[in-house]
Design a binder for this molecule. Structure first.
Ligand SMILES: Cc1ncc(COP(=O)(O)O)c(C=O)c1O
Length: 396
């Protein structure tokens, strides 16, 4: 196969298809009335966004820019789930009036809705509402926010959710049609989703809501040895939801990101230099931590080494694998007691599809290319960015 210039991302097409099929099949058999809304922020590569559209997914967006991107890529307003605390009134209005899914996140959005109702007398408008609830109490130690609270949606415990519902119910023509319960967790366990589903049931009963959808959000695991996969989550979620909801009447919305695209995505980088400084060996690579871990939270990487030749190498006590930037923090990991890495060797990182490509910096080196692989064929779906891409949109 032709040697491609590193660094680059590569998406394995058949593996992506496999995860998409697994997602659809397990939803189909668990809760036939479902809608996938792909989490655009997780990886907004245009090829991928179009791929999920072709597979029947809607787009889950959390900003006006993401809204404009998915519109540009061919989604109608009715195929958009609009979430998050940073909406804009214009796109909020369009998605609401054109039959998309808007999950209200704040009081300022209720104010906007009041304006939209008065501008559109006689129009029926359906909205969803994001619930902020104490998931940590239900699944101790498993949530990302731990004992502090999440920042999104209306708080159930302090009465703000009640107040929001009261305001929404008072608006003529407005119907609360959905609940949004996405919660980020560290564990991504099946129990997290059973608790989210149980909360949806409790809220429906407590407030006597007639809901056409329950959106349980994203945050699932996928492609990790010994961790849950889609067929572990959805039958359990369906069992719990079935206590209060009927699939004939209520759609299950899911917003996968990482679980769909992590496993199929790798990042290929090369060693270009190895240097000794005091007792430390630094292996310099043309991939950066900013390509792989832009939020600087990773403690380990799934990677393999492809040596440039088959010579035996000496074993080194410690090699610090680093990136190409001038930041001292741009170090990925340390190899203890491994074969010496030399220029021309490749380091290939796996499971890197989520929160990488769309969070990559334009710092020192522009966006790397992205290929989609199918067998021996490598299709270029984003070329390497060049200065002309960087200056596009700037003024003389
Ligand atoms: C509202 C919402 N939906 C979906 C997702 C996607 O999560 P993931 O990429 O972990 O599946 C997120 C991520 O935080 C989110 O905030």
């Amino acid at each position: 196969m032709e040697q491609l210039k590193t660094p680059y991302f590569v998406i394995d097409g058949p593996v992506l298809d496999h995860y998409m099929d697994m997602l659809k099949t397990s939803l189909e058999s668990s809760w036939g009335n479902y809608q996938i809304a792909y989490s655009v922020k997780t990886n907004s590569l245009p090829w991928l966004v179009k791929y999920v559209k072709e597979k029947g997914a809607f787009a889950e967006v959390v900003s006006n820019d993401e809204y404009l991107l998915v519109k540009y890529l061919g989604f109608s307003d009715g195929e958009i789930v609009y979430n998050g605390p940073y909406k804009e009134k214009g796109s909020f209005r369009s998605v609401l009036l054109e039959g998309g899914f808007v999950n209200m996140d704040s009081v300022r959005e209720i104010d906007w809705l009041e304006d939209i109702v008065s501008e559109n007398p006689g129009k029926d408008i359906e909205v969803g509402i994001r619930v902020n609830f104490n998931l940590e109490r239900m699944c101790p130690g498993e949530t990302e926010m731990g004992r502090t609270s999440g920042r999104f949606g209306f708080c159930l415990e302090n009465g703000n959710f009640d107040k929001a519902l009261t305001r929404l119910h008072a608006l003529k023509g407005v119907k609360v049609r959905g609940l949004h319960l996405h919660s980020s967790s560290k564990s991504r366990s099946v129990d997290i989703y059973k608790s989210i589903a149980a909360m949806a049931c409790d809220i429906k009963k407590k407030y006597d809501l007639d809901l056409s959808y329950v959106d349980i959000g994203g945050g699932y695991c996928g492609g990790l040895e010994g961790r849950p996969e889609y067929p572990d989550y959805f039958p359990e979620i369906a069992k719990v939801l079935g206590r209060a909801f009927d699939p004939e009447k209520t759609k299950l919305i899911v917003e996968p990101g990482i679980s769909l695209i992590s496993k199929c995505t790798s990042f290929v980088s090369s060693v270009y230099d190895a240097r000794d400084i005091r007792e430390f060996r630094y292996v310099m690579t043309d991939g950066s931590r900013f390509n792989l871990d832009p939020t600087m939270i990773k403690s380990s990487y799934i990677y393999e080494v492809e040596k440039a030749d088959s010579t035996d190498r000496r074993i080194l006590d410690r090699q610090i694998v680093s990136g190409y930037t001038c930041m001292e923090t741009d170090r990925m990991f340390t190899i203890e007691g491994g074969e010496e890495l030399l220029p021309g060797d490749k380091l290939i990182y796996h499971n890197v599809g989520g929160y990488t490509m769309s969070l990559n910096p334009l710092f020192i080196q522009y966006f790397p290319p992205v290929y989609v692989k199918d067998g021996d064929e490598m299709k270029l779906v984003r070329r390497k960015w060049e200065p002309k891409d960087y200056v596009a949109g700037t003024m003389e």
